[in-house]
Ligand binder design. Structure first.
Ligand code: PLP
Length: 442
């Protein structure tokens, strides 16, 4: 059913349904001495033109707005002041000309991939978030889209598959759960060389705009699940898109308005509130993540974390990001052992997702990536025993104790005079006995 915006738009040509009527995104705030504010300040500082000077942006919980044609808002599917305020704030911190918000990260990716037409080619990674993989598989099966999965850490393989037919390149970095780092600058340049019109879209969920800005590295679109670090409390689902090309932004806005997937006013407000504490949360979380990654590595586990010098792409990661984030993974050599560890922690809750103030533990092959079939997981060298840790803001010593106790209880370590050490591979191999319930992502 057409909403009032469309009805009025048909009657009055002056109303722009592509969203040009939205106020432009604000430039970074500048203090009196002309210096640009640091990101931590920009996250907290927002300018609103509320009639009562409310310190917190009010929630305009209204589906409609009264008045005649030409006014800024008429119908919340098309635009809402709380959502607009969030979008303008996000554009500033994502270094984008325009930001748009949808009901979830997958909603945002749906908006982005709707610009694809049958026959278009997408080049993407082989260690993708399970939901992304599922949507691409759907588009391949039902939408006539050709999807190429390659190891995006291998520039030669990426260049071989890129061509003038490449319409979109979809990247995640660091990937999850293998924590592989992808060269955003190099791949963006190669994609644009192969096809200047190719859209390079980067899923920035793992790091957030606080640690990485893909648009500054040559990407055309950045999107992320606001459900994670941006909101930080696992109390809201949201997806955000940042883009510099205003024509592309108009296409995305058209989709959001047409399908009605824009973020609701209350959820926009929750996300605005979460963003204010992004810097303090992320700083604390990644400091603890670094300490835990070192702790596990010192005790003999194979750990994947871009903050560790042992990470094969340590240099590349730090050339494009300002921090290592707070997600790491490690292997035990046995699925059963990993399951016992996951079941033995107390502070680390067993849960899908990440980016919350609480620490989480999961086995991706049983949970967030269960929608990737076992054969494909094997083909993509995804270790079935891999454990993912998402570090929260709890006390670091408490987290270490919780993990140590779980490792001992699960029989994953041998006690030594100086503490404990991971069991050698020959002692963990072949341990079976699955007890963890398989939880597919929703
Ligand atoms: N991208 C990544 C890397 C994710 O981990 C997730 C969710 O876990 C998504 C996208 C999808 O976001 P949402 O769950 O908000 O739809």
């Amino acid at each position: 059913m057409a909403g009032p915006s469309e009805a009025v738009g048909k009657a009055l040509k002056s109303l722009d349904l592509d969203g040009h009527i939205l106020p432009p995104s604000p430039a970074p705030s500048t203090p009196t001495n002309g210096r640009k504010y640091a990101l931590a300040t920009e996250l907290v500082y927002t300018e609103a033109n509320d009639q009562y000077n409310a310190s917190s942006m009010p929630i305009y919980q209204s589906a409609t707005f009264k008045g005649g044609p030409g006014q800024e808002y008429d119908y919340t599917r098309s635009g809402n002041p709380t959502r607009t305020h969030l979008e303008r704030h996000l554009a500033k911190i994502m270094n984008a000309n325009r930001a748009l918000v949808a009901g979830s990260g997958m909603g945002a990716l749906d908006v982005i991939t709707r610009v694809l037409k049958p026959g278009d080619e997408v080049v993407t990674g082989d260690d993708l978030y399970g939901g992304t993989n599922r949507l691409l598989t759907y588009l391949k099966t039902n939408g006539g889209i050709i999807v190429h999965h390659v190891d995006t850490t291998n520039m030669t393989a990426v260049k071989e598959i890129l061509s003038e037919k490449t319409t979109m390149v979809l990247l995640e970095t660091p990937t999850n759960p293998l924590i592989k780092v992808v060269d955003i600058t190099g791949i963006s340049a190669a994609a644009h060389a192969a096809n200047p019109k190719a859209i390079v879209a980067v899923d920035n969920t793992m790091l957030s705009p606080y640690l990485q800005n893909p648009l500054d590295l040559g990407a055309d679109v950045v999107y992320e699940s606001g459900t994670k670090y941006l909101s930080g409390h696992h109390d809201v689902m949201a997806g955000v898109i940042g883009v510099n090309d205003t024509a592309l932004a108009d296409k995305f806005y058209f989709m959001i308005n047409s399908t009605g997937c824009g973020l609701a006013p209350f959820d926009s407000w929750l996300l605005l509130r979460g963003i204010k504490t992004l810097a303090v949360r992320m700083e604390k979380q990644q400091t603890s993540a670094n300490a835990i990654a070192e702790y596990l590595e010192e005790h003999g586990f194979k750990v994947r974390y871009p903050g560790l010098k042992s990470h094969p792409q340590y240099k590349l990661h730090w050339s494009q990001a300002r921090g290592a984030g707070a997600v790491l993974s490690f292997e035990t050599g046995s699925i059963a052992l990993s399951e016992r560890i996951v079941e033995s922690t107390k502070l680390f809750g067993i849960s899908v997702s990440f980016g919350c103030v609480n620490s989480l533990i999961s086995m991706p092959c049983r949970m967030s990536h269960a929608s990737i079939d076992p054969a494909t997981r094997k083909e993509r060298a995804l270790p079935e025993d891999i454990i993912r840790l998402c570090i929260g803001i709890e006390d670091l010593d408490d987290l270490k104790d919780d993990l140590a106790q779980a490792l001992v209880r699960a029989g994953a370590v041998r006690l030594t005079e100086s503490g404990f050490t991971a069991l050698p591979a020959e002692e963990t191999e072949g341990q079976t006995g699955l007890t963890t319930q398989v939880v597919d992502e929703p």
